[in-house]
Design a protein around this ligand. Structure first.
Ligand code: NAD
Ligand code: GDD
Length: 331
């Protein structure tokens, strides 16, 4: 019998959960979703899917994961926003075991296509020193000077995908995600990225009546943020494409962090005061995605406006906040 199982590694996480939802929506029947977290901590759990709790750092678990598989989407990693990756470099680098063992198992199982989720953190730090950014092109990853820890792991794993393709004939596809946000993602606990963190802080300000929020850095840092629906569409398109080299998957709508705070304040309908913490994790000063290549090769690029995606994300986090903290006494 032909392999027909679609494997989503990291299916209990943010992007993995949304990918499973999309695959179900498309009518796929044999989906296996795997995550190390206990099921009650998965962001989304779906009926009609083979949900598995397993540690994909282990080769045995990867072999079981890839049994009868046609597609493997590797979205499993020990990661988070700057607050996590600056302080947990060893844990981030240990994710190399996940991709290594998944690649080996996928090759042994005769998987048709293997997708790997890389990151804009692979790009050379020298190209990201100024807030006044030149958008990053794919060739800017070399000469290598990626984000310490997390970025090195991503760059190494990208190369593993390349060599498994070249030497073993495994069809691998690699996308470099630029900061992804949306509902059903991490919004508190220390791994959250700026869009979710700012939403949470503004919601807290609205609920408590204290309108001053802590913002990491001076707020002049620039970033682009990609809404989850664009990310999922891009993953599916890139996986099915002929694009063999790592490619940007990100928005090219640039904002400062202060601009993001103002936007969320406007969504919330409150005036937000910023208390800048200059000692907090900051990452690079500026980063944007150059979408020339993806536009040329796919005739498509992420395009959901930040304001639209942030409004949806804010609404979802508001619900989570109220479920956790209850409604406020002071408005
Ligand atoms: P996430 O943390 O929500 O999801 C990752 C999932 O992997 C988690 O649920 C986690 O429990 C699981 N996992 C970790 N170690 C595991 C293990 N040993 N075995 C099995 N599962 C394990 O993160 P996400 O935002 O969904 O990110 C998905 C992928 O995209 C990751 O590879 C990440 O590095 C990459 N990425 C994400 C972003 C972003 O902005 N979200 C940006 C760049 C790259
Ligand atoms: N997380 C967070 N929380 N960041 C904040 C906050 C806050 O409360 N306030 C301001 N910031 C600033 C950070 O200091 C940083 O300069 C910027 O917002 C963006 O932070 P993050 O969203 O945490 O991360 P990033 O954009 O530097 O890197 C992220 O994106 C990469 C892909 O583009 C990380 O999630 C990486 O893991 C990911 O690969």
């Amino acid at each position: 019998m032909a392999n027909d199982v679609i494997v989503v590694a990291g299916g209990g996480g943010f992007i993995g959960g949304h990918l499973v939802a999309k695959l179900l929506e498309q009518g796929h029947k044999n989906i296996r979703s795997i995550d190390i977290k206990p099921f009650d901590e998965w962001y989304q759990v779906f009926d009609g899917v083979e949900n598995v709790q397993a540690d994909l750092k282990l080769k045995d678990a990867c072999e079981a994961a890839c049994k009868d598989a046609s597609r493997v989407y590797n979205l499993a990693a020990d990661m988070g926003g700057m607050g996590f990756i600056e302080n947990n470099k060893a844990l981030c680098m240990l994710s190399v075991l996940i991709n290594t063992h998944l690649l080996q198992a996928a090759h042994e199982a005769g998987v048709d296509r293997f997708f790997y989720a890389s990151s804009a953190c692979v790009y050379n730090a020298d190209k990201q020193k100024s807030e006044d950014v030149v958008p990053l092109k794919e060739e800017d990853a070399y000469p290598a000077m990626p984000e310490d820890g997390y970025g090195w792991e991503k760059l190494f794993s990208e190369r593993m995908c390349r060599h498994f393709r070249e030497d073993f004939g495994l069809t691998t596809r690699v996308a470099r995600f630029h900061n992804v946000y949306g509902p059903h993602g991490t919004w508190d606990g220390g791994r959250e990225k700026a869009p979710a963190a700012i939403c949470r802080k503004v919601i807290n300000a609205k609920e408590t009546g204290n309108h001053t929020i802590e913002v990491w850095g001076d707020g002049h840092q620039t970033r682009s943020f990609m809404y989850i629906d664009d990310c999922i569409e891009g993953i599916l398109k890139i996986t099915e494409s002929d694009i063999t080299e790592p490619i940007n998957l990100g928005s090219d709508e640039l904002t400062t962090i202060n601009g993001l705070v103002d936007m969320v304040g406007e969504i919330a309908g409150i005036e937000v005061q910023r208390d800048h913490n200059l000692n907090a994790p900051k990452g690079v000063n500026g980063r944007n995605s150059d979408n020339t290549l993806i536009t040329k090769l796919l005739g498509w690029a992420p395009g959901i406006p930040l304001r639209e995606g942030m409004a949806k994300t804010y609404e979802w986090i508001y619900g989570e906040y109220l479920a956790k903290h209850g409604a406020a006494t002071t408005k």
